[in-house]
Design a protein around this ligand. Structure first.
Ligand SMILES: CC(C)(COP(=O)(O)OP(=O)(O)OC[C@H]1O[C@@H](n2cnc3c(N)ncnc32)[C@H](O)[C@@H]1OP(=O)(O)O)[C@@H](O)C(=O)NCCC(=O)NCCS
Length: 150
């Protein structure tokens, strides 16, 4: 079952966010999840979907935001996948593609004609899954930073 996130999912969602982003602060990830539940309109996320397993437990999620623009897209603003995750033992059962279909449907219903996403170059599994879900690679970026001394 793929469905919009509900408030009862918040702890499971926060735990899955921590699995997807292990280097981020788990408390920050949980606080973002609680903030979305409390006031969706104020959140940087515009939609969240969850995938349930046979026991009706959330085992996957997809987060979507409408960005002002996304590299490689022809239209702007454009919905952008911000997080896409399925628990390891629930993978390969079409839950990931089901979440992506929900994101597509949500976007289409709001008049959007493109869906954007990104992943690290070394995340070969994610790249393959994106391509299997119909995404085409558009660009590769190298990010830089320079520490400014005072
Ligand atoms: C990416 C992810 C969400 C896919 O979830 P999933 O439930 O396994 O996906 P599905 O079973 O619906 O598979 C969707 C399609 O992708 C393909 N696919 C999924 N994982 C794949 C992999 N590792 N290698 C190649 N193809 C893959 C499937 O074969 C399927 O293609 P098909 O429809 O042609 O059969 C899941 O693997 C995951 O959580 N990965 C770790 C987190 C991550 O990298 N997220 C994306 C970056 S934000």
């Amino acid at each position: 079952v793929i469905r919009p996130l509900e408030s009862r999912d918040v702890d499971a969602w926060a735990a899955m966010r921590a699995q997807l982003w292990p280097h981020a602060d788990a408390e920050d990830l949980a606080n973002e999840a609680y903030a979305f539940i409390e006031d969706e309109a104020a959140s940087f996320l515009d939609a969240v979907f969850v995938a349930e397993n046979g026991a009706a437990l959330p085992v996957g999620f997809l987060e979507l935001s409408i960005r002002d623009f996304a590299d490689g897209c022809d239209t702007a603003p454009v919905p952008h996948i911000e997080g896409w995750f399925v628990e390891p033992d629930a993978r390969g059962q079409d839950l990931g593609s089901g979440l992506m279909l929900a994101a597509e449907e949500w976007s289409r219903e709001r008049g959007f004609t493109e869906l954007a996403s990104d992943t690290e170059v070394e995340n070969v599994d994610s790249r393959s899954a994106h391509e299997a879900c119909g995404f085409e690679e558009t660009e590769r970026l190298v990010k830089f930073r320079k520490v400014l001394t005072v």
